[in-house]
Design a protein around this ligand. Sequence first.
Ligand code: SF4
Length: 350
Amino acid sequence: MTIRSLNELIHSGLAAESDRQGLGPVVEQFAVTLSDEVTAILAKVPAEDLPHDPIARQYIPRAAELEPDPLAVDDPIGDARFTPIKGLTHRYPDRVLLKPLEVCAVYCRFCFRRETINQGESPLNETELQTIYDYLAARPKIWEVILSGGDPLLLSPRRMAKIVARLAAIPHIGVLRIHTRIPVVEPSLITDDLIAALKSRLPVFVLLHSNHPREFTEAAVAAIARLVDAGIPMLGQSVLLRGINDSAEVLTALFRRMIELRIKPHYLHHTDLTAGTAEFRTDIGDGIALLRSLRGKVSGLCHPHYMIEIPGGAGKIPLTYPWAKPLADGSGQWLIESPDGLVYDYPLQG
Ligand code: SF4
C-alpha cells in the first residue's frame, strides 16, 4: 500500500492519532510518501519500535522537522548558483545534472533537496528539454550527464528512451549516470521496457541510494539483478544518518550487502545543513573515525569515499583519515599509520 497523507499514515498505524496535531504542519510543508515496498518492510515492525526503526525514521515525518535549526542554510549545496537554465545544474566543467522531474517514489526526511522536491513543478516539457540539449550540444567540455531529480527512474520507459536517445546523439557526451532510489523503494518499476530504454551508445551507470541493509528486500534484490545482468554497472551512495546507520556494524552490513549484489559502494555523504534535518546530523570527526574503524577489518571493496558538500556550492570534498603524515623536520620522511594504530617510518625514496 502506498501512503501519501497523514490520514493514511495514521490509519495504517505508522503514526498515532495523538501525533495528528504536531505532524499536520510538517506534512503541509514537506511531502510524505511511503512506497509499497517501504510500507511492506514497516508492516513487520512492532508499533513500539517504529520511533527508532532505521527504515521508519527515513520516511515517517516528525514534529522536530519544523523546530528552529540554527545551523541550517538555504540551498545547502548551492544548486541555485549553478542552474543556468531550468532543470540543469552545471557546477563542474565536465558534467551536469539534468533533473527531468521533481517527484520521488518516497520522500526522505533528511533530503537535501526537500525545499524544491515535489513543490508542484511539472516534469520538464519538450521545449525545456530541447533548451537543455542545445546547451549541452554547444559545450564540448561536457562529458557526463547525471540524471537526478526527483527520481529519474519514475519516468515512463518511453520518455526515458527519448531522453537517452537525444543525449546519445550529442557526440561529446561519453557517459550517462542515473541517481535513483527506485530499485529499493519501488522495484517493480525496473522492468524490461525500462532497461531497454537505457540502451544506447552511451554506457549507463546507475547510482543506487540506499542507507540500510534491510532495504534490500527480495524484490529489490531481483530488480538490482535485472539491471546488473543487463550489463548496467551499479554504484552505491548512502547518507551517514544519526541513529540509522552511524555504526560500524550497520555500515559493514550495508556495504557488504551492496558488494554481494554487485553494487560498488561509492559515496557515503555527510548529512547536509538542510533545515529540519538536525536530528540526522553526525559530527565530522565521528564520521571520519567510523570509516577509519572499518579499514583493515572489512574488505577494501566495501569502502566508499566519505564526502562532504561545502555549503554555498563550492563542491564535494572527500573527508579522509590522514594515514600518512610528513615528518615536520623537513627530511622528506613520512610516517604511515597502520589500521591497528601503529606508526611506521616510510623509507626515503631515491
Ligand atoms: S529519493 Fe532522493 S531526492 Fe527523493 S526525497 Fe529521497 S533523498 Fe530526496
